[in-house]
Design a binder for this molecule. Structure first.
Ligand code: ACO
Length: 325
């Protein structure tokens, strides 16, 4: 067996120009800055401009990720885009991105696992790389949730935002030990029994409409911490590592209360938790690479750091990826 590790070569992110503050939202629905901050930690979110699509956000983040990796799009073997808000029902947003990047070779496809999408896409890319099928993969999380929100429903429209983040992975021969750089272990789960707790009430087959996001917020909250901590415990069991070994905990940015409660249950020190949800709200599959990029750019994440990623989202789907930067 080989010891190929999917190592991160570079990362990038993009937020649309238009910001929407809690105060502005309070002029649209019956809410307040105080309620939103206290219940979620969110202060701001970004909204894509008219005519700006998920693939455009993905393109901006991808250009930065490629520049940070020091490679050209033509050096890629594959593109995987995690999104639940594709430009069109088909073709995949990844294919549209491939065209925008001018890539004529390789292959591109989307992964749909809602807020867990980036973790699912990252582990898919890792499996392809470790199999030897490909060597360099661009993994993107990109969303325009503003397009599927019911802007009259204060229980959901205050929570989400638009954005994109990307990483470039490359297969590098490691030693097989946990001191290798790259993805060390991934743990994915889903349970469709929870499908009605967080869903979009439209789609090509069922309604021939796009639909709007519907959520039983309290129910999601109730399950989130247990599911998140389960897959992280699985990562510890697979590697013999523990919360004490982590340099950074970079969770899906849905809600500060879920992030804080998960970190507390796992015994992860507050100063190791990367939180960006205040700046962009819940950007679904884009939130983890947005948070990664913020922590890399401000110098917190350094080569060799041990990082735990986790997410939970509609389905429910949930998962963790443990990697060394
Ligand atoms: N502004 C003001 N009041 C509001 C708002 C709002 N935006 N939204 C709801 N309320 C009211 C409710 O109507 C309710 O009023 P009532 O008591 O008079 O009936 C009151 O606030 C409390 O409502 P709850 O739903 O019980 O509030 P809760 O404390 O549970 O917070 C929240 C709601 C923030 C949605 C919370 O349940 C939560 O964070 N859940 C998880 C949601 C989440 O993170 N989803 C995404 C994860 S998966 C993914 O990322 C796709």
């Amino acid at each position: 067996m080989n010891n190929i590790r999917s190592t991160v070569l570079g990362c990038g992110s993009y937020l649309p120009e238009k910001a929407l503050s809690n105060a502005e939202l309070a002029t649209m629905v019956d809410t307040s800055d105080e309620w939103i901050v206290q219940r979620t930690g969110i202060e701001n979110r970004h909204v894509a401009a008219e005519g700006e699509f998920t693939s455009d956000l993905a393109f901006e983040a991808s250009k930065k990720a490629l520049a940070s990796a020091g490679i050209e799009a033509s050096d890629l073997d594959a593109i995987i885009v995690a999104t639940s808000t594709p430009d069109l029902t088909f073709p995949a947003t990844a294919v549209i991105l491939q065209e925008k990047l001018g890539l004529k070779s390789g292959f591109a496809f989307d992964v749909q696992a809602v807020c867990s999408g980036f973790v699912f896409a990252l582990s898919t890319a890792d499996a392809y790389i470790r199999s030897g099928m490909v060597n360099r993969v661009l993994v993107v999380g990109a969303e325009t949730f503003s397009r599927i929100l019911d802007w009259e429903d204060r229980t959901t429209c205050v929570l989400f935002g638009d954005g994109a983040g990307a990483v470039v992975l490359e297969g590098v021969e490691g030693t097989g030990s946990v001191s290798d750089r790259g993805v060390l272990t991934s743990h994915l789960r889903s349970d469709g029994a929870h499908k009605e707790k967080l869903y979009v009430d439209g789609g090509p087959s069922a309604t021939q409409t796009t639909g709007h996001l519907r959520m039983e917020g309290r129910e999601v909250f109730k399950h989130a911490v247990g599911m998140i901590t389960d897959v992280i415990t699985d990562a510890y069991a697979a590697t013999g590592l523990s919360s004490d070994d982590l340099d950074w905990f970079i969770p899906h940015q849905a809600n500060k209360r879920i992030i804080d409660a998960s970190a507390k249950k796992l015994g992860i020190a507050t100063e190791k938790v990367v939180t960006t949800v205040n700046q962009h709200g819940n950007t679904s599959a884009a939130s983890i690479p947005l948070a990664i990029d913020a922590a890399v750019r401000d110098g917190r994440v350094k080569k060799g750091d041990l990082i735990m990623l986790e997410a939970m989202g509609g389905g429910f789907t949930w998962g963790s990826v443990l990697l060394r930067w």
